[in-house]
Design a protein around this ligand. Structure first.
Ligand code: URP
Ligand code: ZN
Ligand code: ZN
Length: 474
């Protein structure tokens, strides 16, 4: 047979195996693994390179409404282009509902923003902000059936925070439909209380953002989210975990046999609250929630990855521009309270984990693949179409130079933000080519893919959540 492409001579790694072989690709799929595969329209010589499943970033925010006067720095074109340069072949942003909005309409509008704009494949989670009877009784179950099989709920943020009653109602729908619930776990009232106190004391610089959401705020909400999920007997993914105490809540639930899963992110491995100290407005560049903590928390997050308490490593890419407003909009609002939460990271997630994890010997190459691709596909109903290198899977592949050294620099990145919080971090190992369904999107540092070549991928139900069932009898 003649293939479209043969990737020849690379070291192929999946979440379980590492082997040297050639990959034969045709019609966007992996057709053969082996040697002497025959002829192809194109041979890519991967000698000395690693050939990995393309990264799947299952927690990114793109073109999401962010409050009056605040515009996210990435649209689908810029975010998915940056994702491709960072070795990703698929991203999962959120179609975010705001109070009073029809969820169906939100999804329709979000598709309109993505259609024809993407360089890598995409699929959408939902964000439920208005847990009304219509949303929970009609729209959400219908959307789950249509392939929107996961949704995020917030325990904090003005206009987004759900009460415990609302959380229980949303979780019941997830249980009954076989959807997976993702939880942003921080105690809203505690944050409001602390924010008011800090402001009254005149402590309004950006670095006080961390002081307004200390570890107990996250630990308590994590405990509560898990308890609510236990009552409903529904699996939950606790996203962006930043510290040991929240992680211990997850680990305890896992030891009990509860279906509780965890995700952590680069900011919790390589940033700390100290990065913001003495920076004044520049500190806004690091404002995200939960906030980066201290070295002990970084160590805890590494242990969480090593011990598989965390199954996902995502970027939580949530990009804003610093430029004229210092990330604050509208102008004139100077307290940390008004700084939009979120930092860019879609392009740097994989290099940071590869360098700090694989190159420095903290995690194996196979665990890297699991944490950045395979587990995302398995968790969100995309496996084995996505997330692995196997015959029959989509040819979503990242080719890495494990020896390439680089310093992260805003000037080299492709996202819409005008800064990176990871500036100057030294990296060993960088993706040199990214292929989505058999077509190179990035090659030798150049964009070779076409805008619009990235497709929307409807998802199966998460095997972690399905089958659908009834909530426990009382
Ligand atoms: O600060 C953050 N994480 N912003 C993004 C929104 C979220 O909570 O994930
Ligand atoms: Zn969140
Ligand atoms: Zn997020």
């Amino acid at each position: 047979m003649t293939f479209d492409v043969i990737i020849r001579g690379g070291i192929v790694a999946t979440s379980s195996d590492t082997f040297t072989c050639d990959i034969g690709i045709a019609g966007g799929k992996i057709i053969a693994l082996g040697t002497d595969l025959g002829t192809a329209a194109e041979i890519y010589d991967a000698t000395g390179k690693l050939v990995l499943p393309g990264g799947i970033d299952s927690h990114v925010h793109i073109a999401q409404p962010s409050g009056p006067g605040i515009v996210m720095a990435d649209d689908f074109a810029s975010a998915t282009r940056a994702a491709a340069f960072g070795g990703n072949t698929m991203v999962l942003p959120f179609a975010m509902q705001q109070k009073g909005e029809s969820l169906r309409q939100v999804v329709k509008d979000y598709h309109a923003k993505a259609d024809g704009e993407c360089y890598v494949d995409v699929s959408f989670h939902l964000i439920i902000a208005d847990a009304s009877e219509t949303v929970l009784g009609q729209e959400l179950p219908a959307l789950v059936n249509d392939g929107y099989t996961s949704f995020k709920v917030f325990m904090t943020y003005e206009g987004l925070a759900l009460s415990d009653m609302e959380m229980l109602n949303v979780m019941s729908v997830a249980r009954e439909t076989g959807a997976l619930v993702m939880v942003h776990a921080e105690n809203y009232d505690a944050i409001r209380f602390l924010t008011d106190r800090l402001e009254r004391a005149g402590k309004t610089e950006p670095h006080y953002h961390s002081a307004s959401r200390p570890i107990p705020v996250e630990r308590e909400a994590t405990h509560r989210a898990i308890s609510l999920a236990e009552i409903i007997d529904v699996p939950v993914m606790i996203v962006h975990v930043s510290n040991r105490e929240a992680m211990d809540e997850i680990a305890r639930a896992q030891r009990k046999g509860l279906k509780v899963y965890g995700e952590t992110c680069p900011q919790y491995l390589v940033l700390t609250a100290k990065d913001m100290e003495g920076l004044n407005m520049e500190g806004t560049k690091y404002v995200c929630s939960p906030p980066p903590r201290d070295e002990a928390s970084q160590q805890a997050c590494w242990e969480g990855l090593q011990q598989k308490i965390f199954s996902l490593f995502s970027s939580d890419h949530c990009p804003f521009r610093y430029d004229e407003s210092g990330k604050l909009a509208p102008k004139g609002r100077t307290s940390f309270r008004w700084v939009p939460n979120g930092i860019p990271g879609i392009e740097t997630r994989l290099p940071i984990l590869f360098s700090e994890g694989v190159s420095k010997g903290r995690i194996s190459l196979n665990d890297f693949v699991a944490l950045t691709a395979t587990n995302h596909a398995k968790t969100y109903g995309l496996y084995p179409k996505k997330g692995t290198i196997a015959v029959g899977s989509d040819a979503d592949i990242a080719i890495w130079d494990p020896a390439r050294k680089a310093k992260i620099a805003q000037a080299d990145l492709h996202h819409g933000s005008d800064y990176t919080p990871y500036e100057g971090i030294e990296i060993t190992g960088w993706p040199v080519a990214t292929m989505v369904r058999g077509k190179f999107v990035v090659r030798d540092g150049k964009l070779t893919g076409a805008k619009g070549a990235g497709a929307y991928i409807p998802r199966e139900k998460s095997p972690l959540a399905a089958p659908a069932g009834r909530i426990p009898e009382v």
